[in-house]
Design a binder for this molecule. Structure first.
Ligand code: ATP
Ligand code: MG
Length: 216
């Protein structure tokens, strides 16, 4: 039997993937939150997990560093998803990609064709396409985290970021003003692996599919 490698990121994706793995008869040997190991074995000799940054999951799977992976739509959209087979929306790590501004900022007054906006975000592709579709001109400022800070210090008029409860926005006196797209995580598969290791991969896909809790 060949070795099957599954790329996962720590945090909510790992936590919400554990029940799906369980449904496929896969139990991680260690918790990546407390272990420093980047390769984690499982109860199955033919299955191992690798722990990578969320935004690196598509790269590992695309290039064969992993056969399977789980990645957010945000990450897949920014990456492009080329060369990846994406059979399943797992409905985990659900949130929304949103535009947010400072409380009191009149977004409706500027959100019209021809207007110009300074936007700070990690998600430059999503932001560029969203504002282009609205006919707006944007100066994009690429950040790697703590986007909420940008409007507070005058770096940007707006941010494009993931929002779930809105707690972080509220704590920083920001408000979400526009939803760009709903986000959840998908199973991604290396296309060559799917052909060569189908007998091992297909049962995992089927087990995940059976364990998905449909979204609202
Ligand atoms: P890194 O930690 O490597 O910089 P990151 O901080 O972008 O990456 P996380 O915040 O751990 O990564 O998020 C990983 C994935 O979880 C995201 O790509 C997204 O799909 C999803 N996610 C992010 N924020 C939320 C949220 N608030 N609620 C639900 N899912 C989220
Ligand atoms: Mg993180």
């Amino acid at each position: 039997m060949s070795q099957i490698t599954i790329a996962l990121s720590k945090g909510r994706i790992f936590e919400e993937t554990v029940p799906l793995l369980q449904a496929a008869g896969i139990v991680p040997a260690e918790d990546p939150e407390s272990s420093r190991k980047l390769i984690i074995g499982t109860n199955r000799d033919d299955v191992r997990l690798i722990i990578v940054r969320a935004s690196d999951v598509p790269t590992y799977v695309e290039n064969g560093g992993a056969d399977l992976g789980i990645a957010g739509k945000d990450v897949l959209y920014e990456h492009g998803g080329v060369g990846l087979y994406q059979p399943l929306d797992l409905q985990i790590a659900r949130c929304k990609m949103m535009v947010a501004v400072r409380e009191g900022y009149d977004y409706t007054a500027v959100a019209r064709p021809g207007a110009r906006l300074k936007v700070a975000t990690k998600y430059t592709k999503i932001a560029r396409e969203h504002f282009a579709a609205k006919g707006m001109h944007v100066d994009l400022i690429k950040l790697y985290g703590s986007m909420e800070l940008a409007p507070l210090v005058g770096l940007a008029d707006a941010i494009v970021d993931l929002v779930s409860t809105g707690g972080t926005l509220r704590a920083n006196h920001l408000v979400a003003v526009e939803e760009i797209m709903p986000i959840s995580s998908r199973l991604v598969i290396n296309q060559a692996s799917l052909k060569l290791k189908r007998s091992q991969i297909q049962p995992i896909i089927d087990a995940f599919a059976g364990a998905v809790t449909p979204g609202k």
